[in-house]
Ligand binder design. Structure first.
Ligand code: SF4
Ligand code: SF4
Length: 350
């Protein structure tokens, strides 16, 4: 019975996002049993895909008491398993995917203790098992299920992150009223497992209404726009790629600053034969040949290996370039320029 409850979580998690898919294996069960009590797992799978009132969730849980359910949902929000919004004084509940969502809320506080070390180890073991399972020839089809909607297995679910260069990110932050910051989950996981990164860690941001929820529940800390821009410039100097996952009606307004040493998604993108197809790459860097001296300072900045010298000239691989602009920071002659990729402008909302 308990196994069945945890088994249903995979479909419920994947119906929200497959950026970090839920795949049934022993390591999946170890991870979700650590995060959810059996009762919390039952509530999670009962939450409809759309933002829902407590009464709408209760419809899917026979003989439940509304007051008790509302209190349980508060506990789940404090544990970072669900997200709560308020509309006209009414609380609306949303079940979170693994990423962006549950994983961030376990690690963004930057806490170092035995419980968080255990979580970091379970997450590492599951990540390895998930990749192994998905690559195996007899992998079962991925499950997607939530009350109110079933997603066809062959339907495309867009889970790509958007790459945002510095100039555009500053504009976005200046338009965003509520910004909060926490610890980078990948680099914190590395530190918990004894592999700290040399890159700055306090720059994982949440924007807009989701930022308010995260700060009020103690997962993150509020920043002014000026403070946020300062942290982004530090991240840019350190060579981190600004990656944004946003949606107007879900908890996904998450701004990461990524480095492939400990970030699984960035590492997988960099190993892809076509990194620009693995993410929403909205720009492409171009080289002003008249200005480039061939000093090679930009080449090691590129996490996608898109730049190299050929016959004494710098060349850029269009398929590998994701338009992050990180190479531009070190160019002494302003010989690099970002140009929008045709038909790839996706509006950003804070
Ligand atoms: S070439 Fe520059 S803009 Fe393109 S992926 Fe590399 S660092 Fe980013
Ligand atoms: S840093 Fe600038 S000048 Fe040096 S190789 Fe790169 S583009 Fe050319």
């Amino acid at each position: 019975m308990v196994d069945q409850v945890y088994g249903k979580l995979a479909g419920a998690l994947n119906a929200r996002s497959t950026a970090f898919p839920a795949v049934k294996c022993n390591e999946f069960y170890d991870l979700v049993e650590f995060l959810f009590t059996p009762e919390e797992a039952s509530i999670f799978v009962a939450i409809p895909l759309e933002l829902s009132r407590v009464e709408e969730i209760a419809v899917n849980i026979p003989a439940t008491d509304l007051k008790k359910l509302a209190a349980q949902l508060e506990v789940m929000a404090d544990k970072g398993l669900i997200h709560i919004r308020e509309r006209d004084g009414v609380k609306l509940y949303e079940a979170l995917p693994f990423v962006p969502g549950i994983t961030e809320f376990q690690l963004m506080r930057g806490i170092v203790d035995e419980r968080h070390k255990k979580f970091a180890a379970l997450l590492r073991d599951y990540s390895k098992a998930m990749i192994r399972t998905m690559l195996s020839a007899d992998a079962a089809p991925m499950e997607y299920a939530a009350p109110g909607r079933k997603v066809a297995v062959d339907q495309e679910v867009d889970s790509k992150s958007t790459i945002v260069p510095l100039h555009e990110l500053k504009e976005l932050l200046l338009k965003t009223e509520y910004i909060s910051v926490g610890t980078c989950i990948c680099r914190h996981q590395g530190a918990l497992l004894g592999r700290p990164s040399s890159k700055p860690v306090n720059n994982c941001m949440v924007l807009g209404e989701s930022a308010k929820f995260a700060a009020e529940r103690g997962f993150t800390m509020r920043l002014t726009q000026k403070e946020a821009i300062q942290r982004i410039e530090e991240a840019e100097e350190a060579g981190l790629i600004h990656t944004f996952a946003n949606s107007p009606d879900r908890f996904t307004n998450l701004l990461c600053n990524c480095y492939k040493d400990l970030c699984l998604i960035t590492r997988m993108t960099s190993k892809s034969p076509a990194p620009s197809a693995a993410v929403n790459a909205r720009y492409l860097v171009t080289i002003k040949e008249d200005s480039c001296t061939g000093c090679e300072a930009c080449i090691p900045r590129c996490q996608m290996d898109a730049l190299k010298m050929a016959d004494g000239k710098l060349i850029r691989d269009e398929i590998r370039c994701i338009g992050c602009g990180i190479c531009m920071w070190v160019c002494p002659t302003d010989a690099l320029e970002l140009k929008p990729r045709p038909a790839s402008r996706i509006p950003l909302r804070g």
